[in-house]
Structure formats: C-alpha cells, structure tokens
Design a protein around this ligand. Structure first.
Ligand code: PRP
Length: 208
C-alpha cells in the first residue's frame, strides 16, 4: 500500500480529527496539540500527517503536497480549491452568518462595508442578492469591526454564539451550515486509488 500524506487543520477540530483517526487504528504516538512539530508518522507508517493552518489545507491538497486533507468547509469554500470533497466528518459543526448591530437602517444602505476572514464567501453571498458591498479582509477578531465603526456588518462562522453575544451583535442572516470535511487531491485519487479508497471506507465505517 502507498503512504498517504494527510494535511490536518490546526485549531479547534484537531483533537476530534485525531480521535477519529485513532478509531481507525491510525495512531500518532508523538502528536499532541501543543507540539511545535509539524510532521508526524503513524505507528504503522501508512500515514504521514502534516499539521498546518486550517486556511492552508485546501492549498496543500490542491497542489498535491498532501494527498488528502481534513478541514472545515468554510476554508474549502473560501479557497475554491480544485479538489474532491469526499466525506462529511460530522465534527466542527457551525454556521456561516452575517452579523452586526440590529439596525433597521442597514438594509437601506446603498453599499455595505462588510468585514470578514472570508472575502470570497462574502462576495458570493451578497452577489446572489445583487447587493453592492465593499469587503474588508481581516484575519481574526472580526466581531470588533462593527463595534468600532470599521464595517457595517461581518460575515463569519458562529459555533456557540458566545463571541457574537458577548460583543452585543446579532445574527442578521444565516448563510449556510458547515462542518469538517475530507478532501482529496485529484491526481492522488487517480494514482493511489486503492489506498485512498480504503482510507475513505474505513473512515466511513468509523463514522457510522
Ligand atoms: C471563530 C470565529 C468567531 C468565533 C465563533 O474565531 O471567527 O470569532 O470563532 O465561535 P463562537 O460562536 O463559539 O463564539 P476563532 O476562535 O477561530 O478566532 P479568531 O477570531 O482569532 O479567528
């Protein structure tokens, strides 16, 4: 069997993803979330894990630096990477929303200023309704933007709703629900079909 290189997203779903892999009998003895190590080998040497920023997982997989990736659909949508999206892992469930102050005048504004870590998702969402916007790309703490007048509203992911609540914002629109997915490089799927298909089947069985 071929070795598979798996790009795993750092962050809040990493622990659950590793737990899923362990249920498939894939163990990374040296892995722990606080480690500064970036490459890990499974005890059976079948899987090489690269531990990367979530936003970069689709790129690693699209470019073939990784055969498969485990990452949130938010990052897949934003990257618009040319990869196969094969499985919903049922973890990391959250929603893409438009959030801001509950201000009735917002909908009458000619052009909204929207801050987001996801400018592509933001543009696509507002384009569907033919609404004119300017986007401001931020890299974190996006909820701050409406509070200090940098933007009229934000497009962001909401999991528990705590960040929105604690900053006095409300959800103005629901965009879509998202969760963690398994993605596959197209060329790898053609050249390592049996190994990747076997991995997918085992993951499916684990999820059932
Ligand atoms: C994400 C997201 C929200 C928050 C939502 O940010 O961008 O800010 O989590 O989670 P909640 O609904 O459970 O409060 P993250 O924690 O990744 O940090 P960041 O703002 O630095 O990107």
């Amino acid at each position: 069997m071929d070795t598979i290189t798996l790009a795993l997203a750092k962050g809040r779903t990493a622990k659950d993803s590793i737990a899923l892999l362990e249920k498939m009998d894939i163990f990374f003895k040296e892995f722990h979330e606080k480690s500064r190590k970036l490459v890990f080998h499974s005890t059976d040497k079948a899987v090489k894990l690269i531990f990367v920023k979530a936003v970069d997982v689709p790129t690693y997989v699209e470019k073939g630096a990784a055969d498969i990736g485990i990452v949130g659909r938010d990052n897949i949508l934003e990257a618009q990477a040319d990869v196969y999206e094969m499985l919903d892992l049922g973890i990391g469930k959250c929603r893409f929303v438009v959030a801001g102050y509950a201000d009735p005048d917002l909908k009458d504004k000619q052009k909204l200023m929207v801050a987001s870590k996801y400018p592509t998702v933001t543009r696509n969402h507002f384009q569907k309704d033919n609404r004119s916007i300017d986007t401001i790309k931020l890299n974190g703490s996006v909820e701050l933007a409406p509070l200090i007048g940098l933007a009229d509203c934000i497009v962001d992911i909401v999991e528990t709703g705590t960040t929105i609540d604690e900053n006095g914002l409300t959800i103005l629109e629901e965009i879509e629900t998202i969760s963690t997915r398994l993605i596959v490089n197209k060329a790898s799927f053609a050249t390592k079909t049996a190994t990747i298909q076997d991995f997918i089947n085992r993951l499916k069985e684990t999820l059932e």
